[in-house]
Design a protein around this ligand. Structure first.
Ligand SMILES: Nc1nc2c(c(=O)[nH]1)N[C@H]1C(S)=C(S)[C@@H](COP(=O)(O)OP(=O)(O)OC[C@H]3O[C@@H](n4cnc5c(=O)[nH]c(N)nc54)[C@H](O)[C@@H]3O)O[C@H]1N2
Ligand SMILES: Nc1nc2c(c(=O)[nH]1)N[C@H]1C(S)=C(S)[C@@H](COP(=O)(O)OP(=O)(O)OC[C@H]3O[C@@H](n4cnc5c(=O)[nH]c(N)nc54)[C@H](O)[C@@H]3O)O[C@H]1N2
Ligand code: SF4
Ligand SMILES: [Mo]
Length: 703
């Protein structure tokens, strides 16, 4: 019997925990936390152990699948690449390049081979129709940082290990393990914060797992956070508590902000948010008076109708209280690769072009995913006829998924790079399944950039690549070569992700190019399988600003109009129910539901509703209800919960595994319903087109 121990970082969520994995006779027999990881120190959550289930899952696809009528046939890779290239070429020749759309899902940023190599093929398609999960997620963060700091990835991260005051909105790291803040063991770090006399304040329409461990929790009416944040800023200006600095950068437009906020008083905000005016004043004063403080807002405030305005207000709150770019406040990371700054070309762009049907602005070359179905369903020049999905399940993940589901069924061609036959890929003509994460090497290009401490870590594959399997990056190389053969053009030679990493490390801030004595390169990382600590975050914003003129833009051009749009926004009618989302530590977006180990036990995907709201509608706890929105309806069991703010109801997304034609045995037995069957593709942040998945107006009636 052969036995070996391997180390690698978990790629399932943003926490990037270090893992210690035991392999016996080629099978994973044990997964635990790597105590020597300099960021996670041995912490893991239950999802990590389910990596073994993914490995063994009989439903996981292992060979390319070609649709033949209503059945599927396994084919070999070369045939698959040739068919994919030819079919996509035919669509482009007949309808133009924009007739092919691309959707990239969340695991794209967790799989470094996709980050380094997907464009190798995708850019050959020449389409402007790019979409991703970003526009159902963190788009407002990127937009605001592009505007204020000149770079979409200059994202200040709360310095949780040194702050004395953490204010979070729409953020539940006790379930999600953090977001745009790579923070393994949030609980442990919070305990340390509280032990040194610090405080956590949570603003959320649900008393969440994070609210439970916080020092203070306030219910907020869904979608109303912008009123709260602006009122906090208003108090800080009105009471002369603002003390921006010590950042050396000029604060362009700051002096114009107080007048624009004057009407957003705590009294006005109280009526909209449900938080008392006195409480809002106290929140503002305590934040401003804390020796150090950091404010962070995530999904709950990003994916709502004023997501971008919320993110601007959060940056401003940190800035005007002197907490931006200082210890204990919010700080930029200095990752070993892809450090944002003037030398980095991925600054981002906004509104360079507009989508065909509803004229939404693009962000960094992508249109809002809420517009994807209409681009397929609306006839005319430029109509989308084919789709390539890469590690995404948009039928369950994007607003009005039923409409997209129907649109996918009508496409001329769909290619999916995915290892499951699921709600989205069932519409494919061809599915190309990559190796699993444990079968390829790993470096987290994306999330070291958002971590609460600078660390770096590369690991070799845990398991050998099975015969005849392809890594994601190799699939894109194969597709590019097949496409090149069609016009006898040359597909450029490619380095492997590891070779690219070596170069990126050497030219990065800790590389030989930066003049380090013990410079980082691939060999240095290979010699340190637990990862390398690069120290706490340090002030660096002033030197790294990418705005023209090197200032911080406190009043981006579109903000005054946004403030007016918020002022004009009608309050929800009395008694209106507003739907919000929910994550659970044992679930991962729309997948990993095929792991019995994760989904077993009591159901966690019920609709949660306050008992008063149930009583007002004559609905009994535990019964089946009909949940309706503008776009559709679904039936679901309801659970009474005093953890909900009256008027708000909560439903997790990523379920609904009962569509015909999928191959997900365990998941189908725990099907649930898809929240995105009733989220609305027209309900979005009109500024940037980000989906407003939270605060959706709905009705609930007894079934
Ligand atoms: N109502 C509502 N909707 C939401 C959200 C919400 O909070 N509420 N959250 C939104 C957010 S934040 C996100 S990020 C999106 C997620 O939305 P998506 O990214 O569209 O969906 P995922 O569920 O992450 O699907 C991942 C897919 O990738 C496949 N996959 C996993 N690993 C790999 C890999 O290494 N390679 C390849 N090729 N495929 C792989 C899986 O089999 C699965 O099909 O959902 C969004 N939708
Ligand atoms: N276990 C697990 N971990 C995950 C994921 C997962 O699916 N499962 N997904 C990963 C992904 S892709 C992401 S993007 C991150 C997201 O990580 P988080 O941003 O922490 O996302 P959620 O857990 O959905 O928490 C959002 C919170 O916002 C609240 N909320 C809803 N509407 C409003 C509102 O209008 N105002 C306020 N103030 N709050 C509101 C909800 O009640 C919820 O508690 O998690 C990642 N980690
Ligand atoms: S918290 Fe995230 S990164 Fe850590 S073990 Fe769980 S899924 Fe993996
Ligand atoms: Mo996400």
């Amino acid at each position: 019997m052969s036995m070996s121990t391997h180390y690698r970082a978990c790629h399932l969520c943003e926490a990037i925990c270090g893992l210690e994995i035991r392999v016996e006779d080629g099978r994973v027999t044990d997964i635990r936390g790597d105590r020597d990881d300099p960021l996670s120190h041995g912490y893991i959550c239950p999802k990590a152990t389910a990596l073994a289930d993914l490995q063994e899952d009989p439903d996981r696809l292992r060979r390319p699948l070609l649709r033949e009528g209503s059945s599927w046939r396994e084919i070999d890779w070369e045939e698959a690449f040739t068919i994919a290239a030819a079919r996509l070429r035919a669509v482009r020749v007949q309808h133009g390049a924009d007739a092919v759309a691309i959707y990239r899902g969340n695991p794209n940023v967790h799989n470094w081979g996709l980050m380094t190599h997907a464009n190798h093929f995708l850019k050959r398609l020449g389409t402007r129709n790019h979409y991703s999960a970003t526009s159902a997620d963190q788009l407002p963060h990127h937009l605001v940082c592009l505007w204020m700091y000149g770079h979409q990835f200059l994202q200040p991260i709360p310095d949780i290990d040194r702050t004395q005051h953490l204010l979070v909105l729409g953020y539940n790291p006790m379930a999600s393990n953090g977001s745009i803040m790579t923070v393994p063991d949030f609980r442990g770090r919070l305990k340390a914060l509280q032990a040194r006399g610090g405080k956590l304040v949570v603003i959320d329409p649900r008393r969440t797992e994070t609210a439970e461990v916080a020092d203070e929790h306030h219910f907020v009416r869904p979608g109303s956070d912008a009123f709260l944040l602006l009122a906090i800023l208003q108090v800080i200006f009105a009471e002369h508590l603002a003390r921006p600095g010590p950042s050396g950068a000029a604060h362009r437009g700051l002096t114009d902000v107080p007048a624009l906020l004057a009407r957003f008083t705590p009294e006005h905000a109280a009526a909209r948010t449900g938080i008392a005016a006195d409480t809002i004043r106290r929140l503002a004063r305590e934040f401003a008076a804390a020796p150090s403080a950091a404010c962070h807002g995530r999904m709950g405030v990003s994916t709502q109708r004023f997501g971008a305005l919320c993110q601007w207000a959060i940056q401003m709150l940190n800035l005007v209280t002197g907490n931006l770019d200082r210890e204990g406040g919010t700080l930029l990371t200095m990752p070993a690769v892809a450090a944002a700054g003037p030398a980095d070309r991925q600054r981002g762009s906004f509104g360079r072009r507009h989508s065909r049907v509803r004229a939404y602005p693009d962000f960094s070359g992508e249109f809002p995913v809420a517009a994807l179905a209409e681009e397929m369903l609306t006839p005319g020049e430029g109509q989308v006829r084919a789709l390539v999905t890469v590690a995404g399940n948009p039928v369950l993940s994007t607003p009005n998924g039923r409409r997209l589901d129907a649109a996918l069924a009508d496409l001329d061609f769909m290619l999916c790079i995915d290892f499951y036959l699921n709600e989205s890929t069932r519409h494919a003509t061809l599915i190309l399944p990559p190796t699993t994460a444990l079968e390829h090497d790993h470096y987290d290009i994306a999330f070291h950039r958002f971590a609460v401490r600078n660390t770096t870590r590369y690991n070799e594959a845990t398991l050998p690549k099975p015969d005849g399997a392809r890594h994601d990056w190799e699939i894109f190389v194969g597709l590019a070569e097949a496409d090149a053969r069609l016009d006898a053009s040359a597909a450029p030679a490619v380095a492997s992700p590891a070779q690219m990493l070596d170069l990126m490390l050497q030219s990065g801030p800790y590389g030989a190019a930066a003049g380090h004595a013990r410079a980082l390169d691939l060999a240095a990382l290979q010699a340190a399988p637990h990862g390398i600590d690069l120290g706490p975050l340090e002030p660096s914003l002033t030197e790294r600003l990418c705005t023209d003129g090197g200032h911080i833009d406190c009043l981006p051009a579109r903000i005054p109009a946004e403030l007016e749009r918020l002022w004009q926004e009608a309050a929800p009618a009395a008694g209106q129910l507003l739907l919000i989302g929910r994550r659970h530590v044992r679930s991962n977006n729309s997948w990993m539901h095929n792991s019995h180990r994760l989904v077993k036990g009591p159901r966690r995907d019920q609709l949660l509703m306050h008992p008063e709201d149930l009583a007002a509608r004559g609905i009994t706890d535990g019964s089946e209800v009909v949940l309706r929105s503008r776009v559709g309806e679904l039936r679901i069991a309801v659970t009474a919960s005093t953890d909900m703010m009256p008027g708000s109801i909560s439903l997790p997304h990523g379920w609904g595994h009962d569509r015909p034609g999928i191959r997900l045995g365990v998941a189908s037995a725990h099907a649930g319903v898809s929240a995105n069957d009733i989220t609305d593709e027209l309900w979005l942040d009109e500024l940037c087109g980000n989906a407003a998945l939270n605060g959706v107006p709905v009705t609930v009636t007894q079934a």
